[in-house]
Write a protein that binds this ligand. Sequence first.
Ligand SMILES: Nc1ncnc2c1ncn2[C@@H]1O[C@H](COP(=O)(O)OP(=O)(O)OP(=O)(O)O)[C@@H](O)[C@H]1O
Ligand SMILES: [Mg+2]
Length: 227
Amino acid sequence: MILELNGICKEYNQGKITVPALQNVNFSMEEGEYVAVMGPSGSGKTTLMNLIGCLDKPTRGEFFLDGQDISKCTENEMSDIRLKKIGFVFQSFHLLPRQTALQNVEMPLNYAKIPRRERRERAFRALERVGLAERVDFRPNQLSGGQMQRVAIARAMVNNPKLLLADEPTGALDTKSGHQVMELFQKLNEEGVSVLMITHDPEIASFAKRTVTIRDGRLSEKEVSRV
Ligand SMILES: Nc1ncnc2c1ncn2[C@@H]1O[C@H](COP(=O)(O)OP(=O)(O)OP(=O)(O)O)[C@@H](O)[C@H]1O
Ligand SMILES: [Mg+2]
């Protein structure tokens, strides 16, 4: 089991208002699964992703990632888990604008204290895998949206994480670039990476093997067949 959430609740306190963003969520994912998360705006999808990504802690409930009890982890241990086990992909790419594609992909390896030469090599190979060997020295503003997202995917995967988390990865892309991103996710999943992807688009969700839906902070399972 790569993920196991039992009775997870997340409340945000904003002044006098308490927002129950997640209510008693039970969810698990086997290693190597590919799951889509759907649900209306404000339903709690990003909140769920932030908890699973060890960026935030639940108010209540148990959460195990790769067998480790995250509720018992310190901030430092959580950032270590993020670095080693999780790759993140966002709708708006989150690339550093002044850095080249290669430097962006190298970034997680800097944190992992990998020697410079090995960093270069691994970042280059990651960019090669996403079809961008010819763009390594380009900066984000010299790349198309689809290319920027592929750089972000190379960066997410350069540490060989077990779990890929994606929040609307195709949300800012045209259909063709979106499908290229889905092909990459499929390839990574076939190589054994567990994928959890938020999307509003049923067609994009159909690339996953299982879909769950969140409404008002409550999660329900829905089995769907693959296209
Ligand atoms: N940091 C925060 N402080 C207070 N409330 C928050 C915070 N983050 C999210 N919320 C609230 O929690 C609820 C769930 O938000 P969340 O971002 O998880 O929704 P979402 O499903 O990702 O929506 P969208 O599809 O629009 O991205 C919303 O009502 C939101 O206002
Ligand atoms: Mg969101």
